[in-house]
Write a protein that binds this ligand. Sequence first.
Ligand code: AMP
Length: 380
Amino acid sequence: MPTIGILGGGQLARMLALAGAPLGLRFLVVDSAADACAGQVAPLVQADWCDFDALAGFAQRIDVATFDFENVPADTARWLSERTRVFPNPRALATSQDRLAEKTLFQRIGLATPPFAVVDSRDDLQRAVAQVGLPAILKTRRLGYDGKGQYRLRLPGDVDAAWQALGGAPAILEAFVPFERELSVVAVRGRDGELRAYPLTRNWHTDGILSASLAPAPGSQALLPVALAHARRLAEELDYVGTFALELFVRDGQLLGNEMAPRVHNSGHWTIEGAAASQFENHVRAVCGLPLGDTAALGLSVMLNWIGELPPAQAVLAEPRAHWHDYGKSPRAGRKVGHATLRADSAPEMIERLTRVGRALGREAQVAPVIEALQADASA
Ligand code: AMP
């Protein structure tokens, strides 16, 4: 059975290894941290991204390489691709590492984006504010995720603070979009080019970090064919293999492209229990050239993210059809340490379950927007 090498040893690598084990797949994870949480479920090589001696040994022990982290240097991915198969390919990784390249690609495939301007200097930023307007968000072109490397500008006087906050790194200034909803499409493309997508997922973020997901997104399935067409064009353009996520804003009923994640994605965690085959299983199937699994949803799912520290598990475990995921990480502010997935056959059943869990954990604010969306759909 093949061994899959994973660059990055966080919770995504951990869930990939857990999903691949029943298929008889073996895993080898590389991470610079000795205590990377995937190391609890798969053998771990401790090395950093530029330790080519260690990576050469890693490449010899695996049949195919993939990522749990999109900020692995593209040069490392290219170097590795000269020694073993790498999916997704280094070009796809490089494109999604640069917000400018990513948004330019979105526009080329016909996916509208929020208005934006390139910012390489403080003067550029001044001009960009005049062009894009305020409020706006200054985002570093590289190394941004979970709201990191971003600064919100409300007033013209914010220019200096924004420029300093990002340390003068190449950036884009993006218009702030008063969106109605945030959606994502999680899809998987096989080595033979077959594409399968999960139903649209609705997402809520707090401080730029995903807080909750609801799937299938109520009232949004009419947008699925359009979202799917964008995802397909994107994947074909990049000759993508594996699972990826396309994050979208809905504004005036239209889709705007926010970003693409070249990997399994937090907004697809619900698929572990809420879909016939999970995003993790489908990713390992894709990179190994196996047939893709069914992406159909099994009823309704809500994923609640645990950020910073885990709440007590009991209240969730006591619920029927609730699933607990502890990533085995130590608590730290802003860190994703686990999630729970609640499943139900109907909106009223889900509302009941969310209300009970929210109250028991003192997390009413986290579940409230999800309950509201389910109620709004029921009364529509
Ligand atoms: P990002 O890292 O770019 O995905 O941003 C994280 C989150 O910040 C998004 O999921 C949105 O909730 C919010 N956000 C990012 N860009 C914008 C924007 N242009 N307008 C409004 N909200 C945004």
